[in-house]
Design a protein. Structure first.
Length: 401
């Protein structure tokens, strides 16, 4: 009986092995996978900022290219590559912005803070935020959601009520109009020039509105959707004056960062309603006239490296410190956290433990942050560095020509 059992077991194992081998030989290679991956790696390696969702099917001797992309150069490179290989194909790729938008490919955030999601539903992960007056590129619409790209190139979904969509001509008119920027941490837009009047909307630091005039101690302002209201002059500035006086120095970055002290941690947050670690550093730089990439794993690739061996004496105020998992023989480095150096052996950061706070690299200090010091990777300097991923609003008119 034991010998028979062993024989049957061996037969079963052999049959399974043969079956597996047969299945593998029947498996067809995914059509053009290598060619598509090669182009994606060169032109759109980061799907957060470049959309290249392309696949192919094969019908006899012809490949059918399907999917969508907002990177024309990548699509053209793929087609050129296939032609050089003498491969017949049909181009069924949808280029974004989608033609269904009928030219309305620009949008302006029309609420205090737009919550931008990873998928087209309110229950989806909060990917990022954009404050009032932020211009976005509109790529396509699905029911009540728009796929958009923010000034830091981030691609995600926003509900239709959070933005006003415009054609190119209307967008240029909006861009040329005089603006004010809200500089207080938080505040309100009132329906008339009276603090006791009905509130029209809340507003947060960095919110941008059209300037329509002055009345007593108020600016009269316009929203992208046509609403009109009033904000206190003490809480806002003429955008032209702001941009001409903004000075992104280490000291100014530190001053701005401390206005966020105690602010709640919010995954995906980039406003004074809540921030995650990279949303915090991004907001601090934006309020000092610079647009930097959205995520810590993107910010780490900008600027100039200052330190990677925990020599914190080389850091200057405003430098960004990156934390995460160090590279090993079997794993890649993984950046998961970022903070900003404020001097005196300290850095400020939006901590996953719940709020914006200050930690120290000094083991004798009461606020010594052993956890982050132990996972420190490197520090980068962004100020005064030439980098296409770092946008200085003085030189690049995103909000106003």
């Amino acid at each position: 009986m034991n010998l028979l059992y062993r024989f049957l077991l061996l037969l079963l194992f052999t049959g399974t092995l043969v079956s597996s081998c047969i299945d593998e030989t029947k498996l067809e290679k995914i059509p053009l996978m290598a060619e598509i991956d090669e182009i994606r790696e060169e032109y759109a390696p980061d799907k957060r900022v470049a959309l290249f969702s392309i696949a192919a099917t094969k019908q006899r001797d012809t490949y059918i290219l399907n999917g969508e992309s907002n990177v024309p150069n990548a699509v053209e490179a793929l087609k050129k590559n296939l032609k050089e290989k003498n491969l017949a194909f049909v181009d069924s790729i949808t280029m974004l912005p989608n033609a269904d938008l009928e030219g309305k490919t620009k949008g302006i955030v029309t609420i205090s803070v737009a919550n931008i999601r990873s998928n087209a539903k309110h229950s989806a992960e909060l990917a990022t935020q954009a404050t009032l007056g932020t211009p976005v590129n509109v790529l396509k619409r699905e029911e009540d959601w728009f796929l958009i790209q923010t000034p830091d190139k981030y691609i995600s979904w926003v509900d239709f009520g959070a933005i006003t969509v415009l054609n190119h001509e209307a967008y240029l008119q909006w861009k040329k109009a005089p603006k004010i920027i809200f500089t207080n941490t938080t505040g309100y837009v009132y329906s008339i020039a009276n603090k006791q009047s009905q509130i029209l909307s809340d507003v947060v630091a960095g919110g941008i509105m059209e300037f329509l005039g002055e009345e007593k101690e108020f600016y009269k302002v316009g929203f992208p959707d046509g609403r009109k209201g009033f904000v206190l002059k003490t809480q806002a500035m003429d955008y032209g004056n702001w941009i001409s006086t903004v000075n992104p120095t280490g000291e100014n970055l530190v001053t701005t960062s401390k206005k966020f002290m105690g602010l709640p941690y919010l995954w995906g947050g980039t406003s004074t309603k809540g921030v995650d670690c990279s949303g915090f550093t991004k907001s601090i730089y934006f309020l000092n006239g610079m647009v930097i990439p959205r995520d810590a794993s993107q910010q780490v690739h900008t600027g100039k490296e200052i330190d990677s061996v925990s020599n914190f004496n080389t850091l200057q105020k405003g430098d960004l410190l990156f934390f995460g998992r160090k590279k090993t023989d079997s794993t890649k480095e993984r950046v998961v956290h970022v903070g900003m150096w404020i001097g005196n052996k300290e850095f400020i950061h939006a901590s996953g433990t719940g709020r914006v706070q200050i930690g120290s690299t000094d083991s004798s200090a009461a606020n010594y942050d052993a956890y982050n010091v132990d996972r420190y990777l490197r520090s980068k300097r962004l100020l005064k560095e030439e980098d296409p991923a770092l946008v200085n609003l003085v030189n690049t008119p995103i909000f106003k020509d």
